[in-house]
Design a protein around this ligand. Structure first.
Ligand SMILES: [Zn+2]
Length: 575
């Protein structure tokens, strides 16, 4: 297999625009036609293709006949790093097939569906504009007006909106001196803004705002934020516990109201071979999971525990499970609870653990106390000087704001420092995450035929035996929840006789499920755990009467554990 693209040529030195992403995917697909197929599963509102790379060894079976892993990235406009990890996943599977036996085995028996950029419009918007997207005003979607139209917003609303006031290509912060302001300058470093404490009676104080202009300004002293312009949140638009806008911000007018989410849901529903799913977000350095969720069976929560431990081992990042679900409409809840496909959200990149401020779980999530802020900011400033030549911080500088007069602009460039890794750290971070889905894929169920035989047991009567085994770790139904809600059909073993043969005992098709070898770890029954009998194996027997020779076709079809078949030749004359 010739490689047009080598490791040094797939460069992680910038965030890929839609065109660059498209070109790279097309080249990879055309170079590896026996392993990859690029398809568009739909179009964004602005007409961009929603590219999905289908990867498996096509010579060992069609993609849909194998257990599959779903991976997506860039659900939120600003989280373009997710696309880069998807790209590396694709690249690694294709390039390494030839010389890594583990990858070869994976693609012989498994399918990967990888969608690098769900918010194709938003990702492009974020890469090509100064907008931070998901800032103080919670603008999670990129450039798509919601819930207000542009006309409604600009003619009937007031307040501050984020904008690149000084035209330097980034949106940072504005500080305005004010004796009753709630911010002060740190006396350890004049660049750092700190909250004013109750004891700060004397000194210079400021008000601090995102860099921007004021919509329909009429000279007001008190500045409030304008309503968000692009507040649509794809990760609130899924049917899983969807709630209306008043309860769940950004949820859209109804579940799957957007062509992007609808296209993915259509694909998921029409590909029941999908066994596991991952969705790449940023940031925080954490895996969101369902191991504490008491609305799914204990067995499934144990499975999530196993997934968490693999994640922690692979990435060094912690995992976190939410006990009680609120309204969410998130992809992971849709997949896990509505489709019974275990789905985890990965928050890639953690700037704060980078500067030694412990991991996401230990510092209790995204919140940080006011008194820690100074320490954190000092460490960030030092890290920025050392690692990025100070490029991540815009020094405070005075400008004449057309609406607010003289003020200073400065602060952190968050988009490619906090929200996504700086380019310098991109590939290291990509490599930290990329092997996790490959390790998960090793858990998938896989049916094999242990034995298929026919034995003469009487005049013109033959016993046909089929011994099947699930050699995978997980059961053929993946989640017990799938059995409870009926979202996964049983596997079917069927027998087809040649003309003139007669089935005298046994059904021509049998429905079944098999456990995987993790059964004893996953089961909630103590008795089960002590039970030695294998539940990952089954024997089916039929009695066939025939006076002529002919073929018996045995076929096994499982939605999530593969499709296999074999043919027995019965030759009554000689047997
Ligand atoms: Zn996100």
């Amino acid at each position: 297999m010739a490689c047009w693209i080598t490791l040094s040529e797939l460069k992680f030195d910038h965030y890929y625009s839609f065109d660059k992403l498209t070109e790279t995917l097309q080249k990879l697909a055309s170079e590896y036609p026996s392993l990859a197929k690029l398809r568009s599963i739909g179009k964004s509102v602005q007409g961009r293709e929603l590219w999905l790379m289908e990867i498996t060894n096509f010579e060992t079976g069609a993609p849909k006949t194998k257990p599959a892993v779903w991976i997506d990235g860039n659900t939120h406009a600003g989280e373009v790093m997710g696309s880069m990890v998807c790209l590396k996943n694709i690249w690694h599977l294709l390039i390494k097939y030839g010389d890594d036996p583990n990858i070869a085995e994976l693609l012989d028996y498994t399918t990967f569906y990888i969608l690098p950029r769900l918010d194709a419009d938003g990702g492009e918007f974020v890469i090509n504009t100064p907008y931070y997207v998901l800032g103080a005003d919670n603008e999670t979607g990129g450039g798509r007006w919601y819930p207000l139209s542009r006309e409604e917003w600009s003619s009937t609303e007031r307040g501050l909106f984020m904008e690149d006031v000084d035209g330097d290509g980034v949106i940072v912060q504005m500080r305005i001196p004010d004796p009753i302001g709630e911010w002060k300058v740190s006396d350890k470093d004049a660049r750092i803004m700190l909250r004013r404490t109750p004891e700060d009676q004397l000194g210079d104080f400021y008000r601090v705002y995102p860099e921007g202009f004021i919509l329909n300004f009429k000279g007001e002293k008190e500045i409030k934020m304008a309503p968000a312009r692009w507040a649509l949140n794809f990760n609130r638009n899924w049917p899983g516990e969807w709630a209306k806008e008043e309860v769940s911000r950004g949820s859209g007018s109804y579940p799957l109201s957007e062509p992007e989410t609808r296209s993915v849901a259509d694909f998921i529903v029409s590909h029941p071979n999908i066994c596991l799913a991952l969705t790449y977000h940023t940031h925080g350095g954490v895996l969101f999971s369902y191991s504490e969720d008491d609305q799914i069976p204990v067995q499934d929560r144990k499975l999530f525990k196993i997934i968490e431990s693999i994640f922690e081992d692979q990435t060094g990042y912690p995992s976190r499970s939410m006990g009680k679900r609120g309204p969410s409409g998130s992809f992971s809840t849709y997949m896990t609870v509505h489709r019974a496909i275990p789905c985890n959200t990965i928050e890639i990149w953690d700037l704060l653990s980078e500067i030694g401020m412990k991991d996401w779980v230990k510092r209790e999530g995204f919140t940080f106390s006011a008194k820690r802020r100074e320490e954190q900011e000092l460490k960030l400033i030092a890290w920025n000087e050392k690692e990025l030549n100070g490029e991540a911080f815009v020094d405070w500088h005075e400008i004449d704001h057309p609406q607010l007069g003289k003020l200073e602009i400065g602060g952190w460039k968050k988009k490619f420092v906090l929200r996504n890794p700086p380019v310098k750290f991109m590939e290291r971070e990509v490599n930290k995450i990329m092997f996790f889905p490959f390790r998960l894929a090793r858990l998938l169920p896989r049916l094999i035929i242990k034995e298929a035989s026919s034995t003469k047991i009487g005049e013109h009567v033959y016993k046909v035996n089929l011994i099947l085994e699930n050699v995978g770790a997980l059961p053929t139904y993946i989640m017990k929840h799938a059995l409870d809600i009926g979202s996964t059909k049983p596997a079917i073993a069927s027998i087809k006789l040649a003309h003139g043969m007669k089935l005298i005992s046994g059904d021509n098709f049998i429905k079944f499920h098999l456990e995987g070898y993790l059964n004893k770890d996953l089961t909630e029954q103590r008795r089960e755990r002590l039970n030695n009998c294998d539940k990952n194996k089954v024997t089916f027997s039929w009695l066939v009467r025939t006076e002529k020779s002919g073929k018996i076709k045995l076929k096994v079809q499982s939605q999530k554990a593969g499709c296999i078949k074999t043919v027995l030749n019965l030759s009554p004359d000689i047997s």
